[in-house]
Design a protein around this ligand. Structure first.
Ligand code: FES
Length: 264
């Protein structure tokens, strides 16, 4: 897949350069056969008249001797060459930049951001960041939230969640995609209720991302996770659909007033 993207981008760049190069050549040609001045046309007419008179006098069909190209002709060829070279050089910069941007866009792992594996930090640091964020640690690079997951809920979690989600839960955390599963708004945490509450249409989720209210068709989506050397990583290229409506492994009720009223 990656190789294919690189090949396609390379072909597009080369094709663009070639098209521009030949277009420049055509523009030169058009200029070269443009309208002649009156003085030049008059000189040509006189030359043709003189030649036909000479032909009539000599009566012969002599072969015209070869004459080397004039300075004007060679100058024009040089100008064409230089024009094409300049156009080619001017196009290499922007097209190269465009190709680089396209590759970075189609190949997110190059930039190490969303769509690739994102390091969330050492377990102790993550815990400290959750405390600092009043229960929610936001990681913009991964477009995700990390919250605490209670060890007492693990037996229930094992009946609902996939092994790659359980890895983080067993380490004490839930890793949740910020996107509301209703219509895609970013769901902020509500610090008073300690839930996630979507401002768009009022969907509500507990800290584990399990649906508590509103039009959302399931819980918040998770990312596949891994722990190595006490460091938690989320693979933001692997989204795991949130748990079905009715899932409630933690039993967390709202801990204060809601930020969003309504819901259903
Ligand atoms: S997008 Fe969140 S409730 Fe509709």
């Amino acid at each position: 897949m990656t190789a294919l993207i690189v090949i396609v981008v390379t072909v597009l760049v080369v094709a663009g350069l070639a098209a521009s190069f030949f277009a420049a050549g055509r523009r030169d040609t058009t200029k070269a056969v443009g309208k002649l001045s009156g003085e030049t046309r008059s000189r040509d007419r006189n030359a043709r008249k003189a030649a036909s008179q000479e032909l009539a006098t000599t009566g012969g069909a002599e072969v015209e001797p070869w004459t080397p190209p004039t300075a004007m002709e060679t100058g024009m060829a040089r100008r064409q060459f230089l024009n094409r070279g300049i156009v080619g050089l001017l196009l290499i910069g922007p097209l190269g930049g465009l190709a680089t941007g396209l590759i970075a866009f189609l190949w997110p792992s190059l930039s190490g951001g969303f769509g690739s594996k994102v390091t969330l930090g050492k377990l102790a640091d993550i815990d400290a960041n959750i405390t600092k964020g009043n229960g929610f640690y936001y990681v913009p690079e991964g477009k995700l939230y990390v919250t605490r997951y209670p060890s007492s809920a693990l037996p229930k979690a094992k009946t609902v969640y996939a092994p790659s989600e359980l890895t983080a839960m067993e380490a004490g955390f839930t890793v949740l995609y910020q996107k509301c599963v209703h219509l895609g708004c970013r769901v902020p945490p509500c610090l008073t209720s300690q839930w996630f509450e979507c401002p768009c249409h009022g969907s509500q989720y507990n800290q584990a991302g399990e649906k508590k209210g509103g039009p959302a068709p399931r819980g918040l989506d998770h990312f596949a996770t891994a722990v190595a050397n006490n460091v938690l990583t989320a693979d933001t290229g692997t989204i795991i659909l949130g748990p079905p409506i009715g899932t409630d492994t933690t039993g967390q009720e709202a801990e204060g007033p809601h930020c969003i009223s309504g819901g259903e």
